[in-house]
Design a protein around this ligand. Structure first.
Ligand SMILES: [Fe+2]
Length: 254
């Protein structure tokens, strides 16, 4: 399947739902999940090894490469440096598919607590800094060689809050498909932190796994590098030139 045909089919599956309040059926999510098996970094001219080299060559915690965007979907490659993280965040009103493409680390998500009516209704609510939500903390998923090509997915209510931590010794990378894309209005990236269970603001838990999250601004010390696909490919070419020059110098020493 060519890249353009694959993207067209994913967009067609995404188009079946309303863009304002997302509602993909289980089978539509399944269809997109199947299509994602064919979605590879190489289709965009970047290999997983190149993503790894790029992530290792920059200072920022997270490298984000925009691969494709239309009004239905956006496709983004992400890499996280060893020992660093994409802090806990959510994608309001959006579906997301995160395909593991390289490296190791772990993923943790949180899902809205359906027993808590007050915080289960998100369709008419925009959250602001300081707002609290009642969620269920999911078990951590360890990612590594065995999970390459695994697709994690979330919807507006289930697993929408998540954090990705790279292992100490190697970066971790994903292709993210977001449906619909950010709009900078209701659909915008928001960061959160988990309150300590001793915090007096913790909402009444209904299950042992219940946690309270507080919306915060962009976490201090968290750094991101954004670039388009062409800029990423240019950087990779520059890295190659630098590396080849270094190899030449080493060889000259012998
Ligand atoms: Fe995310």
């Amino acid at each position: 399947m060519t890249r353009d045909f694959l993207i067209k089919r994913i967009a067609e599956a995404a188009r079946k739902k309303s863009v304002s309040v997302s509602s993909l059926s289980e089978s539509e999510v399944g269809d997109i999940g199947v299509l994602l098996k064919d979605l590879r970094l190489e289709l965009f001219g970047i290999s997983p090894d190149q993503l790894k080299n790029l992530v290792n060559s920059v200072e920022e915690d997270v490298t984000r490469i925009e691969l494709f965007e239309s009004k239905e979907i956006s496709i983004i490659a992400f890499g996280v440096k060893p020992g660093r993280a994409i802090p806990l965040h959510n994608h309001p009103y959006m579906y997301g598919f995160m395909k593991h493409v390289m490296g190791s680390g772990n993923v943790q998500s949180y899902t809205f607590d359906s027993k808590d009516d007050a915080y289960n209704i998100i369709d008419d609510r925009i959250f602001y800094a300081g707002d609290l939500v009642h969620v269920i903390k999911r078990p951590v998923t360890t990612i590594g060689r065995a999970t390459v090509d695994k697709v994690f997915n979330f919807d507006p209510k289930i697993d929408n809050f998540h954090t990705v931590v790279a292992s100490e010794n190697e970066p971790v990378g994903f292709i993210d498909v977001l449906i619909p894309p950010y709009d900078g209005n209701v659909r915008k990236l928001s960061f959160w932190r988990e309150l300590l269970q001793s915090d007096e603001r913790v909402l009444e838990p209904s299950l042992a796994e219940c946690r309270t999250l507080e919306q915060i601004g962009i976490p201090e010390n968290f750094t991101r590098l954004h670039m388009g696909r062409a800029a990423a490919i240019k950087r990779l070419e520059d890295l190659n030139i630098t590396r080849n020059n270094q190899t030449t110098k080493v060889n000259q020493n012998y």
